[in-house]
Design a protein around this ligand. Structure first.
Ligand SMILES: Nc1ncnc2c1ncn2[C@@H]1O[C@H](COP(=O)(O)OP(=O)(O)O)[C@@H](O)[C@H]1O
Ligand SMILES: [Mg+2]
Length: 237
């Protein structure tokens, strides 16, 4: 296995609040890693640091052996890190196809090539029948898949997924799980923040648990689900 992402001693402070503190972990190429923890544990903040939306207060982030700490989000995208947002951020007035073309333009400067790339990503995400619709008219589940399609259209090596199963029905969760497995088969690694345990436990190769900004446990899903510190953190929520 080769190390894709190495986070060392990462910290992020907002004034006096340590949203992330001394977080270290590794993610191997092609791996699915689940990131869980109670509300406010610092999961989205960690994503924002890795994806270049926040400048870490301390620590380092290496991607493919390169120190990328503090790089801007556009550089991260070029290197192969793509993300979805917890709050869906599609361009509501654009069509589904146009939304995904925005992602595809990262590596395809010609409109024709970007269109092809976007159509392939939409087909993969089960949205081929929705390409001409305005994004704001999609269902919640479809909007989540649109976010995924846009991220995939950037041709990432690492995908950061932030609660893409929140608010989905059980059958929609099942479909999302299937889609993530398909993404992994394509060789793309995923770091997944998820509150829906049925969504993350069956597919994660490895789990990391945060509480109050710190990593309190990591291991296989089975190890995590019987870890006393993890159980205590969730009971206290
Ligand atoms: N931009 C910000 N400014 C100030 N505080 C923030 C900001 N983003 C997050 N926080 C705080 O950092 C802590 C962790 O938040 P977050 O990373 O969103 O947690 P999670 O995603 O695990 O629910 C919370 O206390 C939150 O209020
Ligand atoms: Mg969050």
């Amino acid at each position: 296995m080769s190390r894709l992402l190495v986070v060392e001693n990462l910290g992020k402070r907002f004034g006096g609040l340590a949203a992330n503190e001394a977080i270290s972990f590794e993610l191997q190429a092609g791996q699915i890693v689940g990131l869980i923890g109670p509300n406010g544990a610092g999961k989205t903040t960690l994503f924002n640091c890795i994806a270049g939306f926040y400048q870490p207060s301390e620590g380092t982030i290496h991607f493919l052996g390169k120190d990328i700490t503090g790089h801007a989000s556009a550089q991260m995208a070029h290197l192969g890190i793509a993300r979805t947002f917890q709050i869906v951020r599609s361009f509501g007035s654009l069509t589904v196809l146009e939304n995904v073309m925005v992602g595809a333009m990262l590596r395809n400067k010609g409109v024709g090539a970007a269109r092809e790339r976007a159509l392939a990503a939409l087909e993969f995400c089960g949205l081929a029948g929705r390409i001409a619709m305005t994004a704001s008219n999609l269902t919640v589940a479809e909007q989540r898949r649109l976010e995924l399609a846009r991220a995939l259209a950037t041709e990432p090596k690492l995908l950061l997924l932030d609660e893409i199963m929140a608010g989905l029905t059980p059958s929609e969760v099942h479909e999302a799980v299937h889609l993530i497995k398909e993404i992994q088969l394509r060789g793309i690694a995923c770091l997944i923040v998820e509150h829906v345990m049925e969504g993350i436990m069956p597919i994660a190769d490895h789990m990391i648990v945060l509480d109050y900004g710190r990593k309190i446990a990591e291991g296989t899903p089975a190890e995590i689900s019987r870890n006393p510190a993890v159980l205590a953190a969730y009971l206290g929520e």
